[in-house]
Design a protein around this ligand. Structure first.
Ligand SMILES: [Fe+2]
Length: 264
């Protein structure tokens, strides 16, 4: 799709939670999920222009997994034919994540793909510091031909789940102040392990689902729980619009399948 249809497609992945060895919660292999996304995209004919992974690349305490995450990202890049950009989440280790490509100097940075400016921000601490916000303001001072896509782990708003309602970016208003009047087309985030679509200060926000486990939305007012439902998103831009679609890597058996006649 993508270039042929005039849509700039971002394969949006999040919350991989890779482990050094063994399975997360006895069931989840984050590295394998990255491989499955590549296979899914190839089988389905999805040809993104960029892949963005919005944090929690590893499960906390599994810093030894970064080398394998880096390999998996390079393999995914080769599988889909598009660059892979990563940001850090609260589970990530800013020290050990320097093993990742694009992370050797800073955990934030700017990249250009087909006229779109992709800005990676580092919110592993739950907030963005003044140094990073100053850098962001300077970077946004001149517009990019087709606008800017902001990628960070913590969404600049809370989740509708009461237990996660205060788990968004701590200094969201400071970020939104810097973005005010800029050419930002969308903010891509993760962290909640459930999809959330919003408009904040008139900027579209797409919180992607997790590749590791999906939030169970009725776990109660004082608990979180997850189930094995790995998903990712396609965020597609035209010169004027943006949309996002969620895709599940696993699905129940179909209730029905029937041919449809094409509408002229
Ligand atoms: Fe996570």
């Amino acid at each position: 799709m993508s270039r042929a249809s005039g849509r700039f497609t971002v394969l949006h992945l999040s919350d991989v939670h890779a482990t050094e060895s063994g399975l997360l919660y006895g069931a989840v292999n984050g590295l394998e999920q990255l491989e499955r996304v590549g296979a899914y995209a190839r089988a389905t004919g999805i040809t993104p222009e960029a892949v963005i992974v919005t944090g929690d690349l590893i499960q906390r305490g599994n810093a030894g997994a970064y080398a394998a995450v880096d390999v998996a990202c390079r393999e995914l890049e080769a599988a889909v034919g598009a660059p892979v950009f990563t940001v850090l989440g609260n589970h990530d280790s800013p020290v050990h994540a320097r093993a990742l490509r694009h992370h050797n100097l800073n955990h934030y940075g700017v990249h250009f793909v087909d006229g779109y400016r992709i800005i990676r921000l580092d919110s592993h601490a739950g907030r963005l510091d003044a140094t990073q916000l100053d850098w962001l303001g300077e970077t946004l001072a001149s517009p990019s031909p087709r606008g800017t896509i902001i990628a960070l782990h913590h969404p600049p708003l809370g989740s509708p789940m009461p237990v996660l309602s205060k788990q968004g970016l701590a200094d969201a208003s400071a970020l939104l102040d810097v973005l005010e009047g800029s050419d930002t087309r969308a903010i891509l985030a993760g962290h909640f392990h459930h999809v959330l679509t919003a408009s904040v200060h008139k900027i579209p926000v797409f919180v992607g689902p997790s590749l590791a486990y999906h939030q169970i939305m009725n776990a109660g007012p004082a608990a979180v729980a997850g189930h094995a439902a790995p998903m990712f998103s396609l965020v597609q831009f035209t010169d004027t619009d943006v949309s996002a679609s969620t895709i599940a890597l696993t699905a129940p058996e179909p209730l029905f399948t029937q041919p449809i006649s094409r509408v002229p």
